[in-house]
Write a protein that binds this ligand. Structure first.
Ligand code: CU
Length: 169
């Protein structure tokens, strides 16, 4: 089966540059990979890492490495099942659709800020993650936001400090 490889360019910034015959300038940073994981009996599911600092335009790739479950990467946004908006104003919401084991989904975010997302079938089980999009140099303009009720996500400050935050299992 072919792996799903969907690229969604929120904001159309890179596409606009391509139309001008220019390449995106922020190619230095590599792909950030976030694994969708579950334990053997399926009782615990999570994103690994759960919190990541990414640069604007950097490719974020989710991969389902859980042989026992389908997972999604779905932005907290009213467009996704009436969820509260927990992505920056002006940023496009995303929904990966269901990823079977070994399938992937790619996303590029160009609007700086804090993005919270969840797994559609496992939100109740606390499967959620946080991305902070900021330039590595200079002070990032990211606003703090109230924590979701279901489960504490790593704080913006912790993500900025450690860049990658994992859940210990
Ligand atoms: Cu899931």
């Amino acid at each position: 089966m072919m792996a799903r490889r969907t690229v969604l360019r929120a904001g159309g910034w890179a596409a606009g540059l391509a139309l001008l015959g220019l390449s995106a300038p922020a190619q230095a940073a590599g792909v950030v990979e976030i694994r969708m994981r579950g334990n053997a009996d399926g009782s615990t599911v999570w994103f690994d890492p759960v919190g990541v600092l990414v640069e604007p335009g950097q490719t974020i790739r989710w991969i389902n490495v859980d042989p026992g479950n389908a997972h999604t990467s779905t932005a907290y946004h009213p467009a996704n099942g009436d969820h509260p908006q927990r992505i920056p104003e002006g940023a496009a919401p995303w929904h990966s659709d269901y990823l079977l084991p070994d399938q992937t989904f790619e996303l590029r975010l160009t609007v700086a800020g804090v993005y919270d997302y969840f797994c559609l079938p496992h939100e109740e089980a606390g499967m959620a993650g946080r991305l902070v999009v900021a330039h590595p140099q200079g002070s990032p303009s990211v606003a703090a936001r109230p924590e979701p009720a279901q489960r504490p996500l790593p704080s913006v400050e912790e993500i900025l400090r450690r860049k990658i935050v994992r859940i210990d299992r």
